[in-house]
Write a protein that binds this ligand. Structure first.
Ligand SMILES: Cc1cc2nc3c(=O)[nH]c(=O)nc-3n(C[C@H](O)[C@H](O)[C@H](O)COP(=O)(O)OP(=O)(O)OC[C@H]3O[C@@H](n4cnc5c(N)ncnc54)[C@H](O)[C@@H]3O)c2cc1C
Length: 502
């Protein structure tokens, strides 16, 4: 296993304090550049970004013999999904859990022979095998995992059941939420106007204090935003994607991990493209894209510029507003970019003394970390805990105030935190947030324009995917669609050229 160090991510121990980067990661590309085309060369396509969207687009196009250049700001592949290794343990810093419910992802896992090589997050054999619950208006208590699940399920089911049919009537086809054969767009747009807070006001009288607290924390855990700025529709859509059952929440969202890590899957996809001729430049942030007749010019902050007939821009939603376009983007798209998405979640791994908490799950609301999950044992014989928080703005920036993070873990459950490992997606200039959860009406107003192209530039990202938006699968879907469109256009041009010769 060849690993190299990335400059992404933070590590904290009491002895060292917070350290940036220097973490082993399979996704680091060394040397960072491989391109030998002469200056001014026009590629078939430039892919900006080496997250799963970009990796899929590049792999699908190089597979079809297109000439492709990949440009990436970071030193590694994977974007918001990557794995670091510390003391022999793999830590997923962003996207983590995998499932056969995600068709694009599962296809890739099969292709690279990683579909059966899995680890599970929850273990029941250690001492603290229980769920702790601490919400306003109820005494903190210790319950079984099953009871914890039942409280969350009952509250969630009431919350999402807006149509009396468990969302099946209003969202029968979550991959085509806005325009499908069963529900007219106006009806969906009506629900899309509502925030999670609007819906909560309608149903809160049906819930106990515990159910209310757990529900609000769960909604905020998922959206990474606030009750007011998160759309109800995003929860309806998620429920539909979970096959309309909270029984699937655990198995889909928080159970199965790749034993070799997400960065290994990303690395294999990348290597596949390289084997088919991909050129690339990492550590190359892009600042502008100019469309010309028949080609585009992509300029890096270094001053270097690159040309291609088509561009697949996978830059995340909250970062796109920093890129200059010529001709400018439409007013509608620019408005969408200026608003952006609402997810500024926190995810922190902690190594905590002893094995007991490896079987613990718990929640506390409000708290800078609202949920904690036991996730196995470290090589030092300690429990590995993953903590999640919502957007706390500038009040909680873990790399600036690690003691606050330790405190937040200890408020979830007494524990001795020995080490923390995390990535702050909110302060990262190349993500400016976590996975994309949208505000009320954002889908109705902006989904179509975000998915549309701008001349030679195709925009592809998990942040506006048709299906599993805000997930790895959505990224792969978007990369595949962009690649297919570009390959089809190239074939059409070639056929026209051949015909005109005869
Ligand atoms: C904490 C967290 C937990 C998550 N958990 C899960 C999960 O369990 N399961 C799941 O399915 N999904 C999960 N996700 C979501 C998933 O990780 C993302 O949806 C997916 O990785 C996004 O892929 P992408 O390629 O569209 O975007 P990205 O991965 O963000 O890729 C875009 C790339 O563009 C690059 N870039 C940005 N700006 C520039 C620039 N100016 N110039 C050049 N390059 C640039 C970035 O560096 C990045 O590499 C999680 C995300 C986070 C943050």
């Amino acid at each position: 296993m060849v690993t190299t160090k990335t400059q992404d991510g933070f590590t904290w121990t009491r002895a060292t304090g917070v350290r940036l980067g220097n973490l082993q990661c399979q996704g680091v590309v060394q040397p960072p550049e491989k391109r030998d085309a002469p200056a001014g060369h026009i590629y078939d396509a430039i892919v900006i970004g080496a997250g799963y969207t970009g990796l899929m687009a590049a792999r699908e196009m190089t597979d079809r013999r297109l000439s492709v250049l990949m440009l990436e700001a970071r030193d590694r592949v994977g974007g918001r999904t990557y794995t670091v290794e510390s003391d022999g343990i793999l830590y997923e810093m962003g996207g983590t859990w995998v499932t056969h419910h995600m068709a694009y992802l599962f296809t890739e896992m099969i292709r690279y022979e990683m579909d059966r090589d899995l680890l599970i997050t929850h273990h029941r054999e250690y001492e603290n095998d229980y769920y702790t619950l601490n919400v306003p208006g109820a005494n903190p208590r210790k319950i079984t995992h099953e009871e914890g699940g039942q409280i969350a399920s009952r509250a969630w089911n009431i919350f999402v059941n807006v149509d009396g049919a468990n969302c099946r009537r209003i969202c029968p086809l979550p991959h085509a939420a806005l325009d499908n054969v069963l529900v007219d767009r106006k009806t969906v747009e009506g629900y899309d106007k509502m925030s999670c807070q609007d819906r909560f006001e309608e149903i809160k009288h049906l819930l106990t204090n515990e159910e209310s607290g757990v529900l609000v924390a769960l909604l905020l855990h998922i959206s990474g935003g606030s009750m007011e700025n998160t759309s109800l529709w995003d929860m309806i859509r998620s429920h539909a994607l979970m096959s309309y059952s909270t029984d699937n929440f655990g198995p889909i969202w928080t159970t199965y991990k790749l034993r070799e890590g997400q960065s290994e899957l990303a690395r294999r996809m990348f290597q596949d493209s390289v084997n088919h001729g991909l050129h690339y430049a990492f550590k190359t942030p892009i600042q502008s894209i100019h469309n010309h007749e028949g080609f585009s010019e992509v300029k890096a902050t270094s001053g270097l510029s690159f040309r291609a007939r088509r561009v697949v821009c996978t830059i995340p939603l909250n970062v796109l507003r920093t890129i200059q376009f010529n001709p400018p983007l439409s007013a509608e798209r620019q408005e969408a970019l200026n608003i952006g998405h609402v997810n500024f979640m926190t995810k922190i791994h902690a190594e905590v003394a002893g094995t007991g908490l490896a079987s613990w799950n718990g929640m506390r609301y409000p708290n800078n970390l609202m949920f904690g999950y036991g996730d196995g044992i470290t090589t030092n014989g300690n429990a590995h805990i993953v903590g999640f928080g919502k957007n706390e703005g500038t009040n909680f920036i873990p790399e600036r105030d690690p003691e606050e993070a330790v405190n937040a873990f200890q408020k979830l459950h007494p524990m001795e935190v020995k080490k923390m490992i995390f990535h702050n997606w909110a302060t990262d200039p190349y993500s400016r947030g976590g996975p994309a959860w949208w505000s009320p009406e954002y889908m109705s107003k902006y989904q179509d324009v975000l998915q549309s192209r701008h001349g030679n530039v195709l925009f592809a990202s998990a942040d506006w995917a048709h299906g599993w938006r805000a997930a790895i699968d959505g990224a792969l879907e978007q990369g595949a669609l962009a690649a297919r469109e570009i390959a089809a256009e190239k074939m059409e041009t070639e056929q026209k050229t051949v015909k005109s010769k005869f």
